[in-house]
Design a protein around this ligand. Structure first.
Ligand SMILES: [Zn+2]
Length: 438
């Protein structure tokens, strides 16, 4: 795939020429043999975007002047004055339109439609047209189709152009436009979703915000009436009109339980305002020193007291009563309780995915609902519950199932370097000014 950037007077254009992705989509060809129904194939549209986004990493960019580009097109295709004339037929797509019908209305043969559809195999655009898309048919001196243009939105057009052998090539024209910051603020009255929507955010933006803070703050469980949020967005505009494209730059939540923030750094990752990667990191063991393991994680262990074969869902560390027990990752204390067998124990939720448990404690140093961070001392080890001696029993659950904490794949957040951290702090400062938070 080749991407060419054209510099125009006002906005920036990106032309994307697709290489063949036919191997991915051969099975979809049958679509073209049927009457084509607008809006009935959204899934194919989604597939198309999936394919193009995976291919975009193969792009390379060449800067060209518009004149150079036009000269090149003219030299390699039958391109004739099409920029200087009107399209033969222009149509705003409505529900029920078929490509076949549009070709008839444009007075063009179905054989040409099939040639265009052959080029469409590379992008799968024509079967995912939506109402309000605009389609233009441009013809050459002989009355044959020279160019077919689909206006997806103000930022994106798909152009099918006839080349010398009579076949068509397809290009996606992207206008970079102008990105403008917008801050959305709200106060929770009912739910975060309700407040966010009534403050002008879309469903997709709500989902993205929720995901960004997933490891720190649960917008359905942790949010309270009166909590406030601010979101900094970057919206795309072409000639003053919003295209609907939007990026999240920062999220800030002022909750009764504390302050939660997420700032996107130049590496694309989100960090809290102290530079901690929001993908919470884990340490292997809940101790600040190595300790002898008295019993390993074992799904089929013969229990030392009952003699029955039961699973040992955790790892036992033989440590004296009073040894400091550390949270293995950032999270929220879910449970501080006492159990006849587990003794005094603590459960920490780290995200929807990860949970840790600390058993047989002598003393808990945290309360239910409290936020804890990785390495924080949460308890002192003990010998409570059913034990054969003082030890700490530690469990790691992934998606609700216990796993071996010493071998399981656990998140290891990438930290910022000292230089990146300095840049990050200055970015946070600028963002907070923009969000009226400083
Ligand atoms: Zn144990």
């Amino acid at each position: 795939m080749v991407v060419r950037d054209l510099t125009l007077s006002k906005s920036r254009l990106t032309l994307v020429k697709f290489s063949s992705v036919k191997s991915h989509i051969q099975s979809l060809i049958y679509i073209y043999k049927r009457p084509f129904l607008i809006g009935s194939v959204l899934i194919l549209g989604a597939l198309f975007w999936g394919i193009t986004s995976t291919h975009s990493s193969l792009n390379h960019r060449i800067e060209l002047k518009l004149g150079t580009y036009l000269a090149k097109i003219a030299a390699t295709t039958e391109f004739r004055n099409v920029f200087l004339s009107e399209p033969k037929f222009k149509h705003t797509v409505v529900k029920g339109d078929t490509l076949s019908k549009l070709f008839i209305e444009a007075g063009l043969p179905q054989s040409t439609m099939y040639k265009v559809l052959e080029a469409d195999l590379d992008v799968l655009v024509l079967d995912s047209l939506l109402p309000d898309n605009i389609i233009e048919f441009w013809v050459n001196d002989e009355g044959g189709l020279q160019k077919l243009v689909v206006f997806y939105n103000a930022a994106k057009q798909i152009v099918f152009t006839r080349i010398l052998d009579g076949s068509f090539q397809v290009e996606i024209v992207k206008h970079e436009g102008v990105w403008q910051h917008r801050t959305v603020s709200g106060e929770i009255t009912d739910s975060f979703y309700q407040s966010a929507i009534s403050n002008g955010l879309t469903d997709q933006q709500v989902l993205n915000i929720t995901n960004v803070l997933e490891n720190k703050f649960n917008f359905s469980r942790d949010i309270r009436s009166g909590d406030k949020f601010k979101v900094l967005l970057d919206d795309q505009y072409i000639d003053g009109d919003a295209t609907g494209e939007s990026k999240i730059l920062a999220v800030y939540v002022l909750s009764i339980n504390g302050t939660y923030s997420a700032f996107q750094f130049s590496d694309g990752n989100f960090y809290d305002e102290n530079g901690h990667n929001l993908y919470a990191e884990f340490q292997r063991i809940p101790l600040n020193h190595k300790a002898r393991m008295s019993s390993k994680f074992n799904p089929h262990r013969k229990h030392p007291i009952t003699g029955r074969i039961t699973s040992h869902n955790g790892t036992d560390f033989a440590v004296p009563v009073g040894t400091k027990v550390l949270a293995t990752s950032d999270g929220r204390v879910e449970q501080v309780t006492k159990h006849p067998y587990a003794g005094n124990y603590i459960v920490i939720e780290h995200s929807e995915k990860y949970q840790t448990r600390y058993l047989h404690l002598s003393k808990s140093l945290v309360k239910k609902g409290q936020k804890v961070s990785k390495g924080q001392i949460i308890a002192l080890s003990g010998n409570t519950g059913r034990t054969t001696g003082p030890h700490l029993h530690y469990e790691l659950h992934v998606n609700g199932s216990p796993v071996n904490p010493l071998t399981a794949k656990i998140p290891s957040g990438v930290s910022l370097t000292r230089r990146q951290f300095i840049n990050f702090l200055s970015l946070v400062k600028r963002r907070k000014i923009m969000m009226d938070l400083s």
